[in-house]
Write a protein that binds this ligand. Sequence first.
Ligand code: SAH
Length: 230
Amino acid sequence: MVFLNNYSILRKNMVERLVRVGIIKSKEVERAFLKVPREEFVWYNMKHLAYEDTPLPLGNTGQTISAPHMVAIMLEELELVKGLRVLEIGAGSGYSAALMAEIVQPNDDKNKGHVISIERVKDLINFAKENLKRTGYSDRVSIVFGDGTLGYPKRREEMLYDRIVITAASPHIPRYLKAQLKENGIILAPIGNTFMQTLVKAIKRKGDLEFREVCGCMFVPLIGEDGFRP
Ligand code: SAH
């Protein structure tokens, strides 16, 4: 049984371990992980497992909150700094969105950083919104219901993103997302089949994506018009 005031100790231990093994590399990612309470983003009956380095089911939605080490790898590869506009596909619990917001728009900062996170499962929209509100991130993260393979908004040149992260397994980089990424922007996505994927990092240079493979990974599928079919 974990008592409430023990969470911060467990969180600190988890972060120390991720730093020790070299997964958390930057001070910013370390600070965000120390700040955002994962126990507020896991499902109600999973709180005692909040600081196990493992994905956890989000109720009976069939979706999961990713393992902390995988979120840390993604956050490092995204090279986030204050003031960036980030689009996430797959809000799930809202946890990774809160971590990103903590870096692009720290509370005491006047920058205009913002995270928009799209989710296709209705039950998770409310779950993520409530989690973000309770933890103080609702003004820095916008949760949007819809098919993220189409991006957001669908076609408006002036609304390009500095960073796009897909937190679900995708057969390829959806074309709208490539179009909505700024020049020199980074897009990160698990590319592969619905069982196993490679985390791919792409930088947009002169309109084209330059790809690099980061590591193997396993995510729930990206389901949508330019993803896997339902
Ligand atoms: N980032 C989340 C984990 C997400 S799991 C967290 O920190 O908790 C992947 C999520 O992607 C699931 O919630 C799933 O419903 C969502 N998803 C899958 N296909 C999608 C699509 N086309 N558009 C938006 N969300 C999608």
